[in-house]
Design a protein around this ligand. Sequence first.
Ligand SMILES: Cc1ncc(COP(=O)(O)O)c(C=O)c1O
Length: 394
Amino acid sequence: MKGSESTGAAYLECTGTGERFESEELHGLSPSGKPLFARYPLSTLRDRFRPEDLRGRSADLWRYAEVLPVRDPSCRIGLGEGWTPLLDTPRVARRLGLARVLVKDEGQNPTASFKARGMALAVSRALELGAEELALPSAGNAGGAAAAYGAAAGMPVHVVVPADTPLPILEEIRILGANLVLLDGLISDCGKVVRKGVEESGWWDLSTLKEPYRVEGKKTMGYELFEQLGGRLPDGIIYPTGGGTGLIGMWKAFDEMEALGWIGPERPRMFSVQATGCAPVVRAWEEGAESCRPWEGARTYAAGIRVPGAVGDFLILRALRASGGGAVAVDDVEIARWTGLLGEDTGIFAAPEGGATAAAVPPLLEAGLLSEEDEVVLFNTGSGLKYVGMAPEV
Ligand SMILES: Cc1ncc(COP(=O)(O)O)c(C=O)c1O
């Protein structure tokens, strides 16, 4: 197939300073403590990687091999991740008062969440570059995905999660053979345990944006939107934001697509939704700040967005502002109510994080950040099956 061979990244770039690093060695954060981005030879790829080259390729994220970092095809650890449906949902559009609403149903990924995308790439690269033991703190779903891809790669995985993580996710992590550590605390406390394991036992840290490749898996959501909409992007994207990898990844994908000549300078407006009980990005956006202050006493049943602080906060805020988008917080009762309405209108049993994206629309319309002519994509980032029994009474 023309242009189907993977080229890998040309180098890694510090998102803070722009400094460049060798791509074929294991790297965590840059020396200045910022995430590293994989950069590809896009001006060379421009002539031999065109949207029409994607026709007939595998219905998973590996269809974008030219802009993915894995070089050796035998290191691709795949469980069928990506190429999830983008569902047109006219009843949701009518209920919300928007011209068109599409739901990107990421609950249909392996391990029932979009975390599969990031972990497929992070574990594949860890294997390719010689890491031996993997570890991460997780709000839940990333732990399940890491356990799955570690098992598929034959690599040991340590997952540290808050003790009140939804039970189905705990069972998933155990069944998939990972070493599960439960902690009375938040994901930030779990991170401290992982850092100790990294220093003392040589674990390879898969924390959000602390290695360069989870974001490469997540960015494929941006490429898929373009392809599934027939070669264009929507007016708005609403994304439930914890560490922000998916939002940052899609923003990166749009820049890559422009450099490849697939799109022009136009961009969707990017919106973050968070829970009122944990909304560091919303607060920073409202304050006009460039980074977030850690959120004290984070609380929401939408476990994936119960993230008090994120290493890529400045990248999230930059994308929200550059796109003309914004950020909004919704409370748990509204999240539960909209998860139900979304279900009734579509047949999708969404994760609460997905329900939150629908709950975000009324306040965004009221604030004038969305308008009734808009075509908007809601990201349902996971399946409701993982949160059974967690929702508050509506
Ligand atoms: C279902 C779900 N939605 C959203 C998020 C937040 O994702 P991100 O870290 O990319 O912001 C998570 C993270 O755990 C999640 O599990």
